[in-house]
Design a protein around this ligand. Sequence first.
Ligand code: ADE
Length: 224
Amino acid sequence: MRIDIITVLPELLKSPFDASILKRAIEKKLVEVHLHNLRDFTVGNYKQVDDYQFGGGAGMVLMVEPIDKCISALKAERDYDEIIYMTPDGVTLNQQSANELSIKQNIMILCGHYKGVDQRIRDLHITREISIGDYVLSGGELAAAVLSDAIIRLLPGVLNDETSALTDTFQDGMLAPPVYTRPSNYKGMEVPKVLLSGNFKAIEQWRETMALERTKEKRPDLLE
Ligand code: ADE
C-alpha cells in the first residue's frame, strides 16, 4: 500500500510514522508513506496557500490552485483508489471503513486547515470525506495520522500476531473482553481463575461472555 498525505504542516506528521508499529511497517516495506508540502506547489515568492473567503467571514481558506497542482501531479504518476479529505463534516471513521481502506493499493489524504479548502477541490478531486469525530481540530493532520494508523495496523504482516487485529474491539461489532497479565494477584485483586486454567474452550467461552457483557454495558448501540 502507498499513502500520500498533502499538508501545510508536514513536520506535524513526521513523528507518528517514526515510532513503534507504523515505523516498523514502513521499514518492512509493507506500506509507503509520502508527505507532500502544499507550499511546494505555490506560485510566487510568498508561498501563499490560503486566502480570505469570498463573501466575507472569519477564517482563511486553502486555495484551489496549489492543491489542484499537487493532486494532479500525483494522479499523473499513478491511479488512486481513494482521494480522501479529512474534515469534521465528513463521514465518521469506524472500524468498517478502516477495513475497507486497508485493502486499497494507493490512497491520497488531503489535510484541511483554517476554514477548510476551496469547495472546488472537493468537487473536482475528492472521492471520500472522513471525520474522526464530532469535534473540530486545528487541522486535518492529526486526523490523517489517526486514519493512517487505523489502516496500516490492518495490513498483513504489520502486527506480530496476525490474528490480533481480528480480536480487536469493534472487529466483530463488539467490544473486546478484559485482559490481564502478571502478576496473577496484585494487592489482593485476582485474575479470573478461568484464565489460569489452561482450558482453552472455557477461556474462549469466558471471553465471549465478557465481550457481550461489556458491550451491553458500555455500547448497547452496537448490539442493536
Ligand atoms: N479537521 C478538523 N477537525 C477534524 C475532524 N474532527 N476530523 C477530521 N478532520 C478534521
